[in-house]
Design a protein around this ligand. Structure first.
Ligand code: ADP
Length: 356
């Protein structure tokens, strides 16, 4: 190991506070001599390198050829540089960093400051995926509408039976487009920090009744039996079961959960919406006799655009956004949503609200 040169003398009275300041920094900092040997490192750098970097070479403490190359350029008299690094750490973890390299005039030492941008990169990735997914969801029905309209104007209009079929396809695709746009807006409202949620005591039995009434035509069309029950055995007109919620958010949450139960339960099946007051919360269970969801998907279905069976979801007019809207809204009103499911038997989505 080469000789370690002392750093320029710093007054003892300021040396300790300087070390303290360096160690308190979130960014990783080290100073190396012209040969690339580390002379000084702060606490964040020791954690990143998983050892004390002093005395080691740059290549030994940060596994990045790009950093070593940039270091050599700057240490041999080049201008200061800022580069972006992607580190592959143990267990497949990745970390993105920016590195600022500045050589100190005259004495040939180089200061390197590493700033972690992993979270920023992840957020960027999520945003990119979201835009790609949303564009795809919008483009598919738009392409279909354009195609049918073109065929109509190319002559299919003259054949009334074909024309009627094409117009009805255009309508179905326009409805799908509207569903996607409405769900995107609902998701954006649910996620926006600007949205205001007014928490008050809301009767979950009345709210469920209201939502079920609005869904009546779909229930009749699929010949489903939908029961609204209270776990305490009282009649529906009994004392209210009140949970803490924002009225509009609760309506949207129940609508999405009950609408899913209707969508995924085969014709003639049964759905049960059950309201209960537990010791420390109010619960609404939406239980269906649909296909069920394998355990490995039970977390993923709450992600934006995630669908277990894309074809089935689209057929039912699904957008893949309903449960992510639910998850966001439930979070905003301080509740919880969970799912229990048996493949081939059915699923139960449970909403828990705090007591007022
Ligand atoms: P979608 O518009 O596709 O229904 P959601 O976000 O509401 O989107 O649901 C995501 C996925 O979760 C659905 O595509 C479906 O695969 C699954 N899912 C949701 N609710 C149920 C249910 N009650 N029974 C079975 N699968 C369900």
């Amino acid at each position: 190991m080469g000789e370690i040169l002392p750093l320029p003398r710093v007054d003892a009275a300021v040396e300790e506070p300087l070390a303290l300041i360096l160690d308190a920094m979130v960014d990783s900092v080290f100073v190396a001599d012209a040969s690339g040997r580390v002379l000084l490192a702060n606490e964040a750098m020791r954690i990143l390198a998983e050892r004390d970097p002093v005395g080691h070479r740059v290549s030994e403490i940060v596994p990045s050829p790009e950093l070593v190359e940039a270091f050599d350029r700057v240490a041999s008299g080049g201008a200061s540089e800022e580069i972006e690094l992607k580190l592959r750490l143990a267990r497949g973890r990745k970390r993105w960093l920016t590195a600022q390299l500045t050589s100190l005039p005259r004495d040939g030492r180089t200061v390197v400051v590493l700033h972690d941008i992993t979270q920023l990169k992840r957020t960027e990735g999520i945003r990119r995926d979201f835009v790609a997914n949303a564009s795809h969801e919008l483009r598919t029905p738009l392409t279909a509408i354009a195609g049918f309209a073109e065929t109509l104007s190319d002559g299919a209009l003259d054949d009334p039976a074909t024309a009627r079929r094409f117009v009805s396809n255009i309508r179905a695709n326009a409805t799908r487009l509207m569903n996607v746009v409405e769900d995107l807006l609902a998701l954006s409202r649910a996620e926006s920090p600007e949205s205001v949620f007014v928490l008050e005591a809301v009767d979950v039995v009345r709210a469920s009744r209201r939502v079920i009434d609005g869904l009546e035509p779909k229930i009749v069309e699929k010949r489903l039996t939908l029961k609204l029950e209270r776990a305490d055995g009282e009649t529906l007109a009994g004392a209210p079961i009140e949970g803490l919620a924002d009225v509009r958010a609760l309506d949207q949450i129940l609508l999405n959960l009950i609408d899913n139960a209707i969508k995924y339960t085969p014709e003639g099946g049964t759905i049960c919406v059950c309201a209960a007051r537990d010791e420390d919360a109010v619960r609404v269970d939406v239980k269906d006799t649909g296909p069920g969801i394998l355990p490995k998907y039970q977390d993923r279905i709450f992600e934006r655009f995630y669908r277990v069976d894309k074809g089935r979801s689209r057929e039912q007019g699904g957008t893949g956004l309903g449960l992510s809207i639910v998850r966001n809204l439930v979070g905003r009103i301080g509740g919880q949503v969970t799912v229990e499911s048996d493949v081939g038997v059915g699923s139960t989505f449970s909403l828990r609200l705090r007591l007022p």
